[in-house]
Design a protein around this ligand. Structure first.
Ligand SMILES: C[S@@+](CC[C@H](N)C(=O)[O-])C[C@H]1O[C@@H](n2cnc3c(N)ncnc32)[C@H](O)[C@@H]1O
Length: 216
């Protein structure tokens, strides 16, 4: 997998111009809403929110969204949208998911297309478990195994997609129950040879037990 962290700041201003990104984010948000049915009492954390494509699609249906990302440039794009649309239930915070403490507690932790940029995803899943309220839910969307073909450059890509079975095991090892997956989006992109390539995104969901099992 390719080396150091990708610089998302330079990509931020034009991020939303790629229509497949907007479509993917909307599909993921719809899959989260359909699978978990969050409501006006649900406080959501989006991890790796980028310019807020998923955050802003979830926001009308939930109590609040806290959008965290390590790229100030991506967050600045989201903040412009929040200001322009007069949105009052979305806040942003610059957080490096590999280094910083996660805010919490939340009812729902969601993430889309960010986990492949995280070296130790098992550790992050465990940390998410820690900041969810009892009965809280997790929803992670990312690429199914793509053999490194999705990105034009694999700089900062630490996983060439994920195996759903292994991701489910990782959720269960962290303590999540009712772990389920579904296909959240099908993406077509032109490949380097001029042909069209198709990729799929899974949505893996799970629940933190409402009470800790005695003796654990
Ligand atoms: C492919 S973008 C996805 C953005 C958004 N979720 C979407 O669907 O449009 C990945 C995002 O993860 C963020 N990211 C990557 N590594 C991160 C880290 N260690 N901590 C926090 N955010 C990170 C990047 O800054 C970027 O905004």
């Amino acid at each position: 997998m390719a080396g150091e962290k990708r610089d998302f700041n330079t990509a931020a201003a034009t991020w939303d111009q790629k229509t497949h990104r907007v479509r993917m984010a909307n599909n993921v948000a719809q899959a989260i809403l359909g699978a978990l049915r969050p409501g006006p009492d649900t406080d959501v954390l989006e991890l790796g929110s980028g310019t807020g494509l998923v955050t802003l699609a979830l926001q009308p249906h939930v109590g609040s969204v806290t959008a965290i990302d390590s790229s100030p440039g991506m967050l600045a794009e989201l903040e412009k949208k929040i200001a322009a649309q007069g949105i009052t239930n979305v806040r942003t915070r610059c957080v490096d998911l590999e280094k910083d403490d996660l805010p919490g507690p939340f009812d729902l932790a969601a993430s889309s297309m960010t986990f492949h940029h995280i070296r130790d995803t098992d550790r992050l899943i465990g940390r998410i478990f820690g900041i969810l309220k009892p009965g809280g839910k997790i929803a992670i969307a990312d690429l199914d195994s793509d053999e490194g073909r999705f990105h034009e450059s694999n700089e900062g890509v630490f996983h060439f997609g994920f195996d759903r079975y292994l991701m489910r095991k990782s959720f269960e090892a962290a303590g999540f129950v009712s772990v389920r997956n579904r296909t959240a989006a099908i993406v077509t992109k032109p490949g380097p040879d001029g042909g069209v390539r198709t990729f799929t995104l899974f949505l893996m969901t799970g629940e933190k037990p409402a009470r800790e099992t005695e003796g654990q």
